[in-house]
Design a protein around this ligand. Structure first.
Ligand SMILES: [Zn+2]
Length: 342
């Protein structure tokens, strides 16, 4: 694999996106960005080889911006590009990898128990879940591009103007989220199966999933600058709560399914996981963003449960009939051994 600096020089020659967008680090030994570049570039190549997704060649790069953002570019120059902002990586690396303090989460039941069962820090696992979700969500958009003629880039930063709503975009975002959820769910299960050193119980699995789902919820909330309440047919992306509902459903269903194959029959309570997810996310958001207030999501759900479920189900139904869906493309390409998203 090319060195990151050579890789960026190559992209500057091949692509018409503005050169100023590329983040170039001076220190060739920058472990954080070099490590991520190598991991995700290899992953892109493996996705292409293993699943035969028609996204070759595809390249990952970092966007030179302190904003939290990610971008997927269609192959108008003959290459697929997946960009993650420097700001997103730096913020979560600082807060979760470098300065994670489990005592901030002292009020959360079970978190210390989970920490005692794994050798990695919980913060590190949260960080990985968040960056993986970011990556796989954009990969989902690249696969959507491979099935369509779309020419415009997709950006994750939430746009809130009235004209920014287009229901088709909500379906594409839901598709990329569902695709990311199954990919991240697979990682979470593999880690759990290989590195979890305690006896499996329903309580521990529930707690493990709540901790890592809170990273995904924080990812949804971190693009949301508008602090306003629940909405449905508005803005560029579905509301974070709607996104959490369908993502959690995919991950919990996946765990139940793979555990059943091991003759472990657990009925994981999605609602309990969600409540625990809110508690953990509340701590995360308060530690990460000075100016973000955490809404009472439990109350919002209590008051709007029917509408949230209705919109969530409508999106899932429309993803399943979407011709250019990454989820459907994955379901067509996977082998019988792997789990379909139903
Ligand atoms: Zn997206």
């Amino acid at each position: 694999m090319k060195k990151y600096s050579e890789h960026i020089n190559y992209l500057k020659r091949k692509s018409t996106i503005p050169e100023s967008r590329y983040f170039e680090f001076k220190d060739e030994k920058n472990e954080l960005f070099n490590g991520l570049y190598r991991f995700y570039q290899a992953n892109l190549e493996r996705q292409h080889k293993h699943y035969k997704f028609e996204i070759s060649p595809a390249y990952v790069y970092f966007i030179d911006s302190s904003d939290l953002n990610a971008l997927a570019s269609p192959p108008k120059d003959g290459i697929f590009l997946l960009g993650i902002s420097r700001g997103l990586i730096e913020l979560f690396d600082t807060k979760l990898n470098r300065y994670f303090d489990i005592s901030d989460y002292a009020g959360i039941e079970g978190i210390q128990q989970i920490q005692d069962c794994v050798t990695n820090s919980i913060g590190e696992l949260m960080y990985q879940t968040l960056t993986h979700f970011t990556f796989y969500h954009e990969l989902g958009h690249l696969i959507e591009f491979s099935q369509s003629n779309r020419k415009e880039e997709i950006e994750e930063k939430l746009s809130g103007n009235y004209k920014d709503f287009n229901y088709e975009d909500h379906i594409k975002e839901a598709d990329a989220d569902l695709f990311a959820s199954i990919c991240v769910g697979t990682h979470l299960y593999q880690y759990f199966e290989n590195y979890f050193e305690c006896e499996w119980t329903e309580e521990l699995i529930t707690c493990y999933l709540s901790i890592l789902s809170s990273s995904i919820f924080t990812y949804f909330l971190s693009f949301n600058e508008y602090h306003d309440g629940l909405y449905f047919e508005q803005k560029s992306h579905p509301h974070p709560l709607v996104r959490l509902f369908y993502s959690l459903e995919v991950i919990v269903d996946y765990f139940v399914k793979v555990l059943k194959k091991k003759n472990v029959n657990y009925d994981l309570d999605q609602q309990q996981i969600m409540i625990q997810t809110f508690k953990i996310s509340q701590v995360m958001i308060s530690k990460f963003f000075d100016d973000k207030k955490f809404q009472d999501f439990q109350q919002i759900i209590f008051e709007n449960n029917t509408e949230i479920l209705k919109y969530k189900n409508k999106l899932i139904d429309d993803v399943s009939s979407m011709a250019t869906s990454a989820v459907n493309e994955r379901n067509r390409k996977i082998t019988k051994m792997e789990c379909k998203i139903s």
